[in-house]
Write a protein that binds this ligand. Structure first.
Ligand SMILES: [Cu+2]
Length: 106
């Protein structure tokens, strides 16, 4: 009986974690991010996919999440996990007009 209880608790924990972390995809297309604003939850992953026939270099200097994905070509995607609540502005080092705001909610 004890074994069954441990099994059920373990299953519920795995299920809870699985539900809480979502994946989102933001494309880079025609020198723009395909969305200007996105609202996600803490722990979510955003995939930045290049859909243009030239390079993009997605980065952020926002204190909440500083990252630089480097430049990568069409068809490639890089993922970032957002682990704290707040706001992040994402830009492209090659195309200064590209802007994306990510709101990370608790
Ligand atoms: Cu770009």
């Amino acid at each position: 009986m004890k074994v069954l209880q441990i099994f059920i608790v373990g299953y519920l924990l795995v299920a809870a974690v699985g539900i809480s972390a979502k994946e989102h995809t933001v494309d880079q297309k025609d020198k723009q991010f395909t969305v200007k604003d996105i609202v996600i939850k803490v722990g979510d992953i955003v995939n930045f996919r290049n859909d243009d026939p030239f390079f993009h270099n997605v980065y952020s200097l926002s204190p909440l999440k500083i990252f630089d994905l480097g430049s990568y070509p069409k068809g490639q995607s890089k993922a970032v996990t957002f682990d704290k609540p707040g706001e992040v502005e994402v830009n492209c080092a090659i195309h200064p007009n590209m802007k994306l705001k990510i709101k990370v909610e608790k």
